[in-house]
Design a protein around this ligand. Sequence first.
Ligand SMILES: O=C(O)[C@H](CS(=O)(=O)O)OP(=O)(O)O
Length: 252
Amino acid sequence: MDKNLYGSKKDGRGSMKIDVALSTSYLKQEDIHNKTVIVIDTLRTGSTIITALHKGAAKIIPVETIGQALHYFHHEDTYLCGERFCKKVNGFDLGSSPFNLLSLDTHNKTLIITSTNGTKAILKARKASHLLVGCLLNAQHCIEHALNLKKDITLLCAGSRGEFALEDGLTAGYMLHLLKQFKENLQLTDLAQMLRIGYEENKEMLNTLVQTGSTALRLLETDQEDDLHYCLQMNSVPLTGIYQGEEIVALK
Ligand SMILES: O=C(O)[C@H](CS(=O)(=O)O)OP(=O)(O)O
């Protein structure tokens, strides 16, 4: 790919700054203000949102609490999706399983989604200039769109219960690797460099490494292995989710 496709210092647009927040606990106001934020939640909310949009869902509305989701209970053409600590919320149509979503007719439907980490991260970053939803399924598409937006970029790893999660860090590392491939003169923070190097040094073992992380182990313990394999299908979905006016829609 031509490294100058998205502009460079030489064309007078200045160099973009790229930073990472390791989990929602580390996210500061300055990471959001006037930035494009990519919320990364590979296991599983990000992958669920991207899969739903790929299957023709009209929009996804992320909410923080189960109570807020129930507010939409009787709305037509709406599915309630949600999990707490990997388990489907009682009475909801779906948990946060992208694999189970594949057999649901989501065409033109609205999904209301609440999850342990992913929806919290999205809502915490919602004041960003642009908020994109990314995961391994759409990593390349997401990065190409983020570069087109021509703002400094924060990669926000949703993590797990406020802590860093390995699969989100490796996804961020892969996105940083792509950024460096697509554009010259980027300013990566030391942390961003570290994650990029971590990915590049281990890319042959990406799937194995993800499966050693605590989220993957929880999915295995709760017999949700199908999700794990599904979410590892790198760049299989050519779209990105963008948060606009309290809902996430497809950016193709
Ligand atoms: O159910 C999931 O996929 C995870 C649960 S856990 O807290 O990481 O165990 O939540 P998510 O909000 O999708 O990261």
